[in-house]
Write a protein that binds this ligand. Structure first.
Ligand SMILES: Cc1cc2nc3c(=O)[nH]c(=O)nc-3n(C[C@H](O)[C@H](O)[C@H](O)COP(=O)(O)OP(=O)(O)OC[C@H]3O[C@@H](n4cnc5c(N)ncnc54)[C@H](O)[C@@H]3O)c2cc1C
Length: 445
């Protein structure tokens, strides 16, 4: 890229950014956006897109239909000007072109599972529209290429609960040493909940929730050899089909039919805040004792430790953007939920921040890693649609480690004006003559 084309690109970006500012004061956005879309609809599309504005009675229902964190649906949160549901890929192209032409921010929503709501809410200072992909649901399975298949072999599942009084600390200590190294067909995660002893005192309950691809006798041999501390007995395991194990791990009540998965209805819709960590060294028992103490301070706490190892470790860190690979014992997810809107929000959020800060000395460092799927806006935010590389590195390095720099180069090449953006999107470099290929590698010349 030459210097003059870089300057032209920079000026074009400035013009687009100034258009955003103008539109912040316009109130005709829904009509103008709709008109623009109508003018671009392809005759090949069998059905028109559905378009909802705040004047439609269905607007709120559609907005809330796939917004899983109720914090981002509260009345005080900025709402979109339009929700557009394409029924054909040409509608997606039209939405991108119209949002760009009118200088409106576009948010793309699929399942609406984003933890900090960036697919259906915006904390940035601009009007926005939602491009809601709910009606683009076709799944193509290539039988000849075998690009999607599931084997139906036996699956064993079990859940064993242990409280502090039943030796939870020592069992978790042992789990940390074997979770990522045990038989590759065995996955044992730990779900922590607050509980009460028989006397009514507070305690922590650890649920060892597992899935094994194989038979019961083989599982018991593995457990006896590598994890006898859990004391798993034959009566505690169940042999079920793979699809039933999906329902089990997702937390559906026993006996639920697999067809429930076709409804696409979320099980978990709450006011919540979550954070994540990656563990590379076992936490000593003294550290665990402090963790339990902090944990019991919030009655609605939930914590899930997902073991790594296996195939997760075999893939090199630089192969895809997800970098948390070899040497990771487990990922820790901290969650707190509440039901009373913003009444108790501050207390719960302060609690989860304090817990996260307590864990700093035990988890991964330089960078302290975090899981992008458990989005956490506490780690930093783009402001006003425009954040520099240095600031964005704060969360970028935590989510992507060394892959962040490559993602920035790719972003700079394909979206130099930062059209596709949200609170934690990858920033482009401001003016650049860096030439990169699609893998983010530097090209000669
Ligand atoms: C109850 C619950 C359970 C979860 N469990 C797990 C879990 O077990 N493991 C795990 O890894 N994660 C889990 N997550 C996190 C979830 O996988 C991530 O938040 C994921 O990004 C959600 O994708 P989505 O399409 O549903 O979300 P959305 O909120 O629709 O989108 C998430 C992000 O992707 C963008 N996006 C969506 N569609 C497109 C598109 N077509 N093109 C370009 N960008 C797009 C959005 O703009 C947004 O930035 C869970 C979330 C919830 C709420």
């Amino acid at each position: 890229m030459t210097t003059s084309s870089s300057i032209l690109e920079f000026v074009a970006c400035l013009l687009i950014l100034s258009a955003y500012a103008t539109w912040a004061y316009a109130d005709s956005i829904p009509d103008d956006f709709r008109q623009c879309i109508d003018g671009k609809i392809s005759p090949q599309a069998p059905l028109p897109p559905s378009c909802y504005t705040p004047n439609n009675s269905a607007f709120s229902v559609v907005l809330q239909s796939r917004g899983l964190n109720l914090r981002y649906l509260m009345p005080s949160v900025r709402k979109p000007e339009v929700i557009l549901m394409p029924t054909h890929e040409s509608h997606v192209q039209a939405a991108v072109m119209c949002a760009k032409k009118l200088g409106i921010q576009l948010r793309v929503r699929s399942g609406g599972h984003d933890y900090d709501g960036v697919s259906y809410a915006s904390e940035m200072e601009e009007p926005f529209v939602i491009l809601d992909m709910a009606k683009l649901r076709m799944v193509a399975v290539d039988i000849e290429e075998k690009s999607a298949w599931v084997e139906a072999g036996a699956t064993i599942v079990f859940t064993v609960g242990k409280t502090l009084e039943q030796g939870l600390t020592k069992i978790v200590d042992k789990w940390q040493h074997i979770a990522d190294k045990i038989n590759e067909n065995l996955f044992i995660r730990v779900i922590f909940q607050n509980s009460k002893t028989q006397k009514g005192d507070k305690t922590v309950l650890g649920l060892f929730n597992a899935l094994f691809l194989g038979g019961a006798d083989e599982l018991l041999k593995v457990m006896q050899h590598d994890f006898p501390e859990l004391g798993l007995g034959k009566s505690e395991v169940s042999e079920i089909s793979w699809i039933e194990s999906v329902l089990y791990i997702a937390g559906y009540p026993s006996g639920t039919k697999p067809e429930v998965l076709l409804q696409g209805k979320p099980l978990f819709v709450n006011y919540f805040k979550a954070k994540s960590d990656f563990l590379r060294e076992p936490i000593p028992q003294s550290g665990l004792a402090g963790l339990w103490k902090s944990y019991m301070e919030d009655e609605n706490a939930l914590m899930i430790w997902n073991p790594y190892g296996g195939v997760m470790s075999n893939i090199p860190e630089s192969q895809i953007p997800f970098p948390h690979r070899n040497g990771t014992i487990c990922m820790i997810q901290y969650v707190v939920t509440w039901q009373d809107g913003n009444t108790s929000e501050t207390r719960h959020i302060e609690w989860i921040r304090k817990l996260h800060s307590y864990m700093a000395s035990y988890v991964s460092k330089s960078p302290r890693e975090a899981y992008v799927n458990y989005r956490d806006l506490d780690l930093g935010m783009n402001k006003d649609g425009n954040t520099g590389f240095i600031k964005a590195s704060a969360w970028g390095n935590m989510y992507y480690k060394n892959n962040f720099d490559r993602l920035v180069k790719i972003k700079t090449k394909f979206d130099p004006c930062n059209f596709f953006r949200h609170e934690q999107s990858i920033p482009p470099l401001p003016v650049t003559d860096i030439n990169v290929d699609i893998h983010g590698d530097m090209l000669e010349g």
